[in-house]
Design a protein around this ligand. Structure first.
Ligand SMILES: O=C(O)C1=C[C@@H](OP(=O)(O)O)[C@@H](O)[C@H](O)C1
Ligand SMILES: C=C(OP(=O)(O)O)C(=O)O
Length: 441
């Protein structure tokens, strides 16, 4: 078979000849958009999503919900400004086919929704989606009363035979491989007959801020949720059954997608402004204010947004990224350019993300002359003088943006398949060249 030209295409990563100084309008959050779509689809009245992210992962989510009968219309927001989606909940139905692509949020959040549908819902996706962990969701749904056919591996592809309702109740799940197992069960929980009580039994739990995001967004649509933080038992979340409200929600910018731009300020000793950076948020990307400050920058959060300034120096860091794993590729890229070594910990579950991110970062940075070693739960990065070469991306959007960060400081870096950034940020190449003041590629 002829190679796919999009995948083999090489993008010359722009090299920064001077310090960046730009304002970057970062599109909406993937995690917030996909939760908002699910909650709006399960509500008892129509709702609005303003400034939704339009990327592969969110279009797959919207497409899947439409397949199950939900109305999602293009429109302008209720106040007449800004693009929006109007979500019209309807009786969920099969037969339906859902393409999850390689979206963790789609493959984990939608099987519980499908269990509420009337009829079978078939789930399939990219080859990598067959390898990503899903057992936690499948086993838990079976305990809660769902009928699911899979090939016995506890992974995609599978069919959920929706019965129009689900008993729900208490369930144990080991979510050490993905916090999305917990989020998935909580998001649909209010619509289960008995609600749901999720007890995490694993030794570790990654991405806690993403579980808090789920809880916050559930509460904002009227759900009653008890959590370990609200005085409940450790590792137990309880959702009471009840109807959900339709909301008018403006989606925050994706702070994890702001990362490469903030990194550009660090790497070039420049300044980046990200408008609409939320004053309070559950997005893990908010931790960048602290992490990138420790690595040499400084930031000011104003009513307008975040102003982030690099000092010209980049320092190594020793940090546990278990809560904010999706920031690892961008931090590793900056660490490879630093003036001292870094140790990134707490992220063994990244081996089962879009690609094995620990292996991919190690290989690609080392092929440019770097000195990265994998540890049991992360990376050890000793900065070296890097040289140009091809930076492979393994269908991983965050590998592509990590390579672009290195390319700012190292001449001759070529990113293979930069189009993979479409998973969460289709505008990445244009935003990047726009930030540098060059013409779009
Ligand atoms: O719930 C979410 O929106 C996400 C949770 C995290 O997943 P894991 O807990 O599987 O790392 C994160 O890495 C992913 O990008 C988005
Ligand atoms: C891990 C990620 O995505 P997903 O939602 O597919 O798990 C990510 O975006 O870094």
């Amino acid at each position: 078979m002829a190679p796919n030209p999009t995948h083999t295409a090489l993008w010359p990563a722009p090299h920064a000849s001077e310090a960046v100084d730009a304002t970057v309008h970062v599109p909406g959050s993937k995690s917030v958009t996909n939760r908002a779509l699910v909650l709006a689809a399960l509500a008892s009245e129509p709702g609005w999503l303003r400034r939704p992210l339009r990327s592969r992962d969110t279009l797959l989510m919207a497409g899947a919900l439409r397949e199950m009968g939900v109305g999602i219309e293009e429109g302008v927001g209720p106040d007449g400004t800004g693009e929006a989606w109007r979500v019209l909940p309807a009786g969920l139905r099969g037969p339906a086919t859902v393409d999850v692509g390689n979206a963790g949020t789609v493959m984990r959040f939608l099987p519980p929704v499908a269990a509420l549908a009337d009829g079978p819902v078939r789930f399939d996706g990219d080859p990598r989606s067959y390898e990503r962990p899903l057992t936690g969701v499948i086993d838990a749904l079976r305990v809660l009363g769902a009928r699911i056919d899979d090939d016995g591996r506890g992974a995609l592809p599978l069919t959920v035979h929706g019965g129009g309702a689900l008993d729900g109740g208490p369930v144990e799940v080991d979510a050490s491989s993905s916090s999305q197992f917990v989020s998935a069960l909580l998001l649909s929980g209010p619509r289960f007959n008995q609600g749901v009580e999720v007890r995490h039994t694993g030794a570790t739990l990654p991405s806690l801020p993403h579980i808090r995001m789920t809880v916050d967004m559930l509460r904002a649509v009227g759900a009653q949720v008890d959590t370990p933080e609200s005085g409940g038992e450790p590792n137990v979340w309880r959702v009471t059954p009840g109807a959900l409200l339709g909301r008018d929600l403006t989606i925050e910018p994706d702070l994890s997608n702001a990362q490469p731009f903030l990194a550009a300020a660090l790497v070039t000793g420049g300044r980046i402004v990200v408008p609409d950076w939320p004053a309070r948020t559950t997005q893990p990307g908010d931790r960048l204010r602290e992490i990138f400050t420790e690595m040499g920058g400084s930031c000011e959060l104003t009513e307008y947004g975040l102003v982030f300034t690099g000092s010209g120096a980049i320092h190594g860091i020793d940090v546990d990224l278990g809560d904010v794993g999706e920031l690892t590729p961008g931090i590793a890229a900056v660490a490879a350019l630093a003036d001292s070594p870094s140790t990134l910990r707490g992220v063994s579950h990244l081996r089962l993300h879009e690609t094995d991110r620990l292996a991919a970062l190690t290989k690609e940075i080392n092929e440019l002359g770097g000195d990265v070693t994998e540890t049991a739960d992360g990376l050890h990065i000793r900065p070296r003088r890097l040289h140009g070469g091809i930076f492979h991306t393994y269908d991983d959007h965050r590998m592509a943006t990590a390579g672009a960060i290195i390319g700012l400081a190292v001449e001759g870096v070529q990113i293979e398949n930069v189009a993979t950034t479409a998973k969460t940020l289709p505008d990445f190449p244009d935003l990047w060249t726009g930030m540098l003041g060059t013409s779009g590629v």
